[in-house]
Design a protein. Structure first.
Length: 282
């Protein structure tokens, strides 16, 4: 069924050495939309120069990208690893130009820097130094995030995007307008699923785990379930173990965690999972 919603353009700005992160950027946004857009009447539109620009002559490439894509962007997500990007006539790189002009316009920007080890022979020293200089300039102008793996980037971006949508004035206004114009439906009241005590404990701990992960391994004579440096299957009594296994299954059914391992031994929290976890009082 169709519904009215406000669309926010979310642009990814990054050089060509973070293609996997760019894909995860879109995956996280699509996941947020699938879980939240109908209830919150908000749609996040992932945009980038490679998908939202078109051929045009009469100006420099970056100027055209700025005009076609950047100027209509509400939120910008910058991602870096070892490169700064191709220099432009005004800035050290096109990516840096997009970020600086977006910030200068008073718009929201979230920056992420990868600390994943790189093969030194593949690193352009001049590019890396330019990136270091830009990163250093950012330290006195706000907060940025670092990550050391694709999984950590996904977890951090998913959680922090939700935090921005919950707290930033730009999105708060939309929520206020939606709530003042429409009655609260039963569906909206029931967005937080009913969970067992064990499921709540599991979800809260996974949400506080630095990587948003939970491991579950069965072996001869027992099983192990861990997250956030805590173990949940200390008892070998089958009735107790069954409660935690049921909690794990319930979190999957409610799409609060998703299976990532090949044998069902590794799970990650979803954007919806973080949102529900925030409602649980420890």
């Amino acid at each position: 069924m169709s519904y009215d919603a406000k669309v926010f353009n979310v642009m990814v700005a990054s050089p060509g050495d973070v293609l996997a992160e760019r894909a995860l950027f879109r995956e996280v946004i699509h996941e947020w939309n699938a879980v939240n857009s109908e209830v919150r009447k908000v749609v996040l539109m992932p945009v980038g120069w490679e998908t939202h620009s078109s051929p045009e002559m009469g100006a420099g490439p970056q100027e055209i990208i700025n005009q076609q894509v950047l100027h209509s962007c509400d939120l910008l997500v910058g991602i870096f690893w070892t490169r700064a990007g191709t220099p432009t006539t005004e800035y050290a790189s096109g990516t840096i130009e997009e970020i600086e002009k977006h910030i200068a316009a008073g718009r929201l920007a979230m920056l992420y820097f990868s600390t994943t080890p790189a093969v030194l022979d593949d690193v352009d020293n001049e590019q890396y130094q330019t990136l270091r200089d830009f990163k250093a300039s950012c330290r006195s102008r706000g907060l940025f995030e670092s990550f050391d793996s694709l999984a950590e980037f996904r977890n951090k971006f998913s959680r922090q995007l939700q935090q921005k949508l919950n707290a930033h004035e730009m999105f708060k206004l939309t929520q206020t307008e939606s709530s003042s114009n429409q009655p609260v439906s039963d569906f909206m009241r029931l967005t937080v699923p009913s969970l067992t005590h064990e499921a709540k404990v599991l979800l809260k701990e996974v949400s506080q785990d630095p990587h948003g992960r939970l491991t579950y391994v069965r072996y001869i004579g027992g099983a192990a379930m861990q997250s956030n440096a805590k173990s949940f299957l200390d008892s070998k009594e089958r009735r107790e173990v069954a409660k935690w296994e049921n909690a794990l299954q319930l979190l999957q059914e409610e799409e609060l965690i998703v299976e990532r391992g090949h044998k069902g031994e590794f799970f990650e929290i979803t954007a919806k999972g973080y949102e529900v976890a925030d409602t649980i009082i420890s």
